[in-house]
Ligand binder design. Structure first.
Ligand code: SF4
Length: 240
């Protein structure tokens, strides 16, 4: 086991321990992880070692409270508030972006502003509403200056997302952007290599789409994203 894997395993064990303690109503002070860290692009993610079967029954209340109070990475020092996600807790569709932006951080809501409006319009075109689906991010706190996430931040936050997915049990997962896709698929391929395929995450179909923020910058990305969402609609019908 490498030193990096040991650190990750310790972080996940700590998550599990905190999960148990929080379920008992015990609040624990958590120290912050070292600020000096590598960028996501520099280090590949090892597979998660969380034993999902060993966790006690989870609940939205416990999970939401843990996220609100979380200080497991340095991003807690620059956020205004955590952005847990929103939508239907029994959604068939789950959409997962990278991290909240400044506006999301201010309002505590994922995907608002121009990119959020674009997402809402795309959902409408798929005959879905924001209330029907669940929308969240890999990271629950804003990245300062829109920098790339660090690998230790993704590791620190990953357990929350896995628990959200387990609670919702969606029929289809859509990831927005490269970081989101790479994190869930534990692959370092580019978004271009990953799109156009039905991947699996915990036996659920997962399809990768360009980030709505990228779509705003490029009409080509927007048209590719729409192709990918139509592909997802077809895949959803097959898996329903
Ligand atoms: S990004 Fe995630 S792990 Fe880091 S402080 Fe926020 S909620 Fe906690």
């Amino acid at each position: 086991m490498t030193a990096f894997s040991i650190v990750l395993t310790m972080a996940i064990s700590e998550n599990t321990r905190l999960h148990y303690l929080n379920a008992l109503g015990i609040t624990v002070w958590q120290s912050r992880i070292n600020e000096t860290c590598s960028t996501f692009a520099e280090i590949s993610l090892p597979p998660s070692s969380v034993n999902e079967d060993a966790l006690p029954p989870d609940s939205w209340v416990v999970l939401r409270n843990q996220v609100i109070q979380c200080e497991q990475c340095i991003l807690c020092t620059t956020r205004k508030q955590t952005v847990f996600g929103e939508g239907n807790p029994n959604a068939k569709w789950m959409f997962i972006g990278e991290a909240p932006g400044q506006e999301e951080d201010f309002h505590g809501t994922p995907f608002i502003g121009e990119a959020g409006n674009l997402l809402t319009e795309m959902l409408r075109a798929m005959q879905l509403t924001r209330e029907e689906v669940f929308i969240t991010n890999i990271l629950k706190c804003r990245l300062p200056d829109n920098r790339n996430p660090h690998v230790d931040e993704i590791h620190a936050c990953r357990d929350y997302l896995h628990r959200q997915i387990a609670l919702i049990n969606p029929k289809m997962i859509i990831t927005f952007g490269q970081v989101s896709a790479q994190t869930l698929l534990e692959k370092m391929d580019s978004i271009e290599n990953l799109r156009g395929q039905i991947h699996q995450f915990q036996q659920k179909p997962l399809i990768t789409v360009h980030d709505p923020n990228d779509m705003l910058r490029s009409p080509i990305e927007k048209s590719k994203a729409w192709q990918d969402l139509q592909f997802a609609l077809e895949a959803f019908k097959q898996h329903e």
